[in-house]
Design a protein around this ligand. Sequence first.
Ligand SMILES: NC(=O)c1ccc[n+]([C@@H]2O[C@H](COP(=O)([O-])OP(=O)(O)OC[C@H]3O[C@@H](n4cnc5c(N)ncnc54)[C@H](OP(=O)(O)O)[C@@H]3O)[C@@H](O)[C@H]2O)c1
Length: 332
Amino acid sequence: MPLPELMTAITIAAPGGPEVMIAAKIPRPEPGPGEVLIRVAAAGVNRPDIMQRKGLYPPPPGASPLLGLEAAGDIVALGPDVTAFRIGARVTALCNGGAYAEYCAVPATQCLPWPEGFDAVKAAALPETFFTVWANLFQAGRLAAGESALIHGGASGIGTTAIQLGHALGASMYATAGSLEKLAACLRLGAVAAIDYKTQDFSAEIARLTKEAGVDVILDMVGASYIARDIRALARGGRLVLIAFQSGSKVEAFDFLPVMTKRLTITGSTMRPRARAEKGAIAAELKEKAWPLLSSGRVAPVIFATFPLAEAAAAHRLMEDGRHIGKIVLVL
Ligand SMILES: NC(=O)c1ccc[n+]([C@@H]2O[C@H](COP(=O)([O-])OP(=O)(O)OC[C@H]3O[C@@H](n4cnc5c(N)ncnc54)[C@H](OP(=O)(O)O)[C@@H]3O)[C@@H](O)[C@H]2O)c1
């Protein structure tokens, strides 16, 4: 059957609150060279979507202006030069945008098969957090078996993935979170300790828990107000990886002396503007090292809630409310 020329997608009338997201009929994308067209069955919601909706995270040049960084579904068309997938294959993809829609064109190299036993909702909950955690915790942060890591926002989509992957790959995982439910979730997912950052100083707790040794890697999505304490909580040779600045990106009167005396590395990155080849290389490592853990059930996405695509505004409100643990997913 020929594909429809128009599709339903969530469009943004003008930057603003959740109410600016409106379902509309727009032209269906065509897959370009090296791309596949996915008929989307489910799409994950991520914090960067909220920033984009507010006009604070514009899509990089050439990317779809639509919201949505991850989608699962079946391939319905192949662009020129695609040999790795066939029509009908069930994939989940890291999208450069455009997943809040019935159809989404994505580079074939950013697609991965659904892990064994997965449905579309679980598959759609994977790409954004797995690519981000792999690139930052394991590649930039070089977390290795036998080492330790502190994950801020342990109950977030990113955090629930980071705790499970680190634990499954042999690291001792610590996490921070802001409620009893979230702390309990971090422990269930494999953290050796979960720290309530609202009532405890996490750097003092890490010193106590590690007998003053500190942790080898910190994955930080909070930024400014955490950085001095991150530096204190790192072990000699430790790595601080910054992936978001929810409390701001500027610090004043910061003392860099421990960076030298403890031989620390401070780094960070964003996923969306990375080149296609770079994302493809991360996908290949995930397929080899993380996908078997998903297929065997050792690691599993934490799904907090699902919403129909047309109720994307309600999904954003839930995420902004901040009570969720793990992922929120849109279904089509
Ligand atoms: N750099 C990249 O490539 C990249 C890619 C994807 C996502 N990200 C970033 O990673 C973060 C997590 O994304 P997500 O989709 O997993 O979002 P999410 O599920 O909404 O998680 C956000 C988490 O941040 C915590 N938080 C918020 N403000 C905080 C504060 N002031 N102090 C301490 N914790 C705070 C919340 O935990 P509590 O309720 O416990 O406070 C919440 O669990 C976002 O900031 C996102 O922008 C970065």
